[in-house]
Design a binder for this molecule. Structure first.
Ligand code: SF4
Length: 162
């Protein structure tokens, strides 16, 4: 059975910047979890960041691809540059996907690492903008299809149809 990479916070791991989780109640995800099919992973912790940690956003509302290309940074509200830790986490996420054979990931929407449809716009005012997080961008550039926690059915269809 094909493995699926999943944001660890969606599985109840308390790895978010604020020390909490974002546990998904999705039944299909629970089924896959009970089957041992899921590969829980937190790119930011894997990149060496602590729990809790300051929030971080991609400067200028740019997407993860710009961070990978070196044209945008990821910063905290105090202006600390945490780009390298985010890049390291993204590379480790890709390593984890490859090691497990996962070609699909379900990642937490809105995160500067895990977002797939939107990210915060870099102003720390709660506004979002269309774009991907840096882990999502790296995974998709390498053939791992990323879905958010509201489209687990889409991930299932993708696994079934291809
Ligand atoms: Fe969850 Fe991803 Fe943020 Fe880790 S980096 S806490 S897995 S959204």
């Amino acid at each position: 059975m094909e493995r699926v990479l999943v944001s660890a916070c969606l599985l109840g791991r308390r790895v978010r910047y604020d020390g909490g989780a974002k546990t998904s109640e999705d039944e299909l995800l629970a089924t896959w979890n009970s089957e041992g099919r899921l590969v829980p992973f937190c790119p930011e912790v894997a990149g060496g960041l602590p729990v809790p940690r300051p929030p971080a956003e991609i400067e200028g509302g740019a997407g993860g691809a710009a961070v990978l290309a070196g044209t945008a940074r990821i910063v905290t509200p105090d202006g600390d540059d945490v780009t390298e830790a985010f890049l390291a986490g993204a590379r480790r996420a890709l390593d984890a996907a490859r090691a497990s054979g996962a070609r699909v990931a379900i990642l937490k929407e809105g995160s500067p690492s895990c977002g797939s449809l939107r990210v915060y716009d870099g102003t720390f005012t709660g506004r979002t903008t269309p774009g991907q997080g840096v882990t999502t961008a790296l995974l998709e550039q390498n053939g791992v299809r990323v879905f958010d926690e509201d489209d687990i059915a889409g991930a299932a269809r993708h696994l079934r149809d291809r």
